[in-house]
Ligand binder design. Structure first.
Ligand SMILES: [Zn+2]
Length: 491
């Protein structure tokens, strides 16, 4: 799906269900719109195609019906009638691309089948396929938390209890979910997230007061109710005022529970740009989502992203978000750029006032540095809050260095790029973080070969599992150092 010249990586693939068969299709971003590669949409459906007018139009044929697309034109002919499209169709080197929302309007009449684009859940339905809509609701009352997943039709749920979490898989090819995540109070359940993926997974992060969980299934309406109860020790006694103090943390209190991942840049700040036009901001978000899924799934961690869409977010706000979430770790994700296209490899940084070398100084300047005399700099005497925060990160430098080493070890092993070294530089985004924090430059987007890797889902998944393993190893080692535990090892 990837690697067309000039293709920009869309943030998320589209899930297409064609007569019940699932396929993931990577869209192409052009202007404000998303286009789908036509081959991937129509393959296996018996649709004939014929290039016409010297490749400037394409005729699709099915059971005597016809649809014609025109290169660089926002219109199509459906059985002789012209239809306006939201974006022009494109023929790039013999591959045709059409606007996502044009698929139902063109393929529906051509195939004579129902065809629907559900933008909110990014599911494209072609043919007679039911995709259940799932709605999640929560209720917290005293010593009981209820999480209810209601489905628009019967689905099979698979509930699993694992250390620190309960997961619910919904065993369907695709589902329609608009729920994202919700934090709960009261200490029985901390967080409910929709992680998605192949198993349409929901993950419930258990809190310190969690005692037991019960799952109840109903058929009409089809729904799953999870009831989470507090431990007997922390449950309020009948007649007693509701406890506001929380019992001592049970065994199993982890050295790392919450991780905040920061996809670098975003919105008008595109970050570095690769020779084929790939933006660092898109790669960073794509990787951050994959890393979140793996940390939740494999390590049972609670994970937040500083941004989960393409938006502008200030450097100081990112660490502030991590502080608000009381994160145990903060990891900022980036892709490096160099004027020389030959430079490649991964680097991991933690904070210092002095860059460890000229190259590190250059990277810090590109990513937003603490400049001497600027607000937040220790010599400026300007912004008091920033200086205090800055001291907070100073307290964590030793742990930050340990985190950076573990991340780089695993990255180097997984990507075979060799260790370019753990480095230090005055990154502004790390200054405010009141927890161990590292900044990862995954690869050089300026290197054409590495740019292609950053566009490969398989490669990004490998990087996400390497970072997950690194965080797992860091957690075990920290648990050993601080006597906290028991920590689980990596995936
Ligand atoms: Zn960056």
């Amino acid at each position: 799906m990837l690697g067309w010249p000039g293709a920009l990586l869309a943030v998320e693939p589209v899930v297409a269900l064609v007569d019940g068969q699932r396929r993931e299709i990577q869209p192409l971003i052009r202007g404000d719109g998303e286009l789908l590669p036509l081959d991937a949409v129509i393959s296996g459906q018996g649709i004939g195609t014929r290039a016409e007018a010297g490749n400037s139009s394409l005729k699709l044929m099915y059971q005597g019906r016809e649809v014609t697309l025109f290169h660089k034109k926002s219109l199509a002919s459906v059985g002789g009638d012209l239809r306006l499209l939201s974006a022009p169709s494109l023929n790039e080197d013999g591959h045709w691309f059409i606007a996502i929302d044009a698929v139902p309007r063109l393929l529906g009449p051509l195939l004579g089948k129902p065809c629907e684009w559900r933008a909110a859940s990014r599911v494209l339905l072609i043919g007679n396929t039911g995709v259940p809509r799932l709605q999640l609701s929560t209720a917290v009352s005293g010593d009981l938390v209820r999480v209810v997943i209601e489905a628009s039709e019967r689905v099979q749920f698979r509930v699993e209890q694992k250390p620190g979490r309960v997961t619910v898989a919904v065993l369907r090819e695709a589902v329609d979910v608009s729920f994202h995540q919700e934090r709960l109070t009261g200490g029985i359940v901390d967080l409910v997230q929709y992680v998605g993926g192949r198993e349409n997974l929901f993950a419930v992060t258990l809190g310190r007061r969690f005692g037991q969980v019960k799952a109840i299934e109903d058929e009409s309406p089809p729904r799953l109710t999870l009831e989470f109860e507090a431990t007997a020790e922390t449950a309020a006694k009948p007649g007693a005022p509701t406890a506001t103090t929380v019992a001592p943390a049970p065994v199993g209190q982890r050295a790392v529970r919450t991780v905040v991942i920061d996809p670098g840049h975003g919105g008008s700040d595109t970050g570095a740009k690769g020779p084929a036009g790939t933006f660092e901001k898109d790669v960073a978000l794509n990787l951050a989502r994959r890393l979140r899924a793996q940390l939740v799934n494999n390590l049972g961690l609670q994970v937040f992203l500083t941004r989960d869409s393409d938006l502008d977010l200030g450097l100081d706000q990112r660490a502030a978000l991590a502080n608000n979430y009381k994160a145990d770790l903060f990891v900022s994700l980036h892709a490096n750029a160099s004027r020389s296209q030959g430079v490649k490899g991964s680097e991991v940084y933690f904070l210092s006032y002095q860059a460890s070398d000229d190259e590190s100084r250059r990277v810090a300047l590109a990513e937003g540095a603490l400049e001497p005399g600027a607000a937040g700099s220790p010599v400026a005497g300007g912004d008091v809050a920033l200086i205090l925060w800055d001291m907070a990160q100073a307290e964590h430098l030793e742990e930050s260095s340990a985190l950076a080493s573990r991340l780089l070890d695993e990255l180097a092993e997984a990507t075979g790029k060799g260790r370019r070294g753990v480095k230090q530089a005055p990154f502004r985004v790390l200054v405010g973080a009141a927890m161990p924090a590292a900044l990862v430059e995954i690869a050089f987007i300026s290197n054409p070969e590495e740019e292609q890797q950053l566009l490969s889902e398989a490669w990004l998944n490998r990087v996400a599992s390497a970072l997950t393993k690194g965080i797992g190893r860091y957690e075990s080692e920290r648990a050993r150092r601080t006597g906290q535990g028991p920590a689980r090892s990596g995936p």
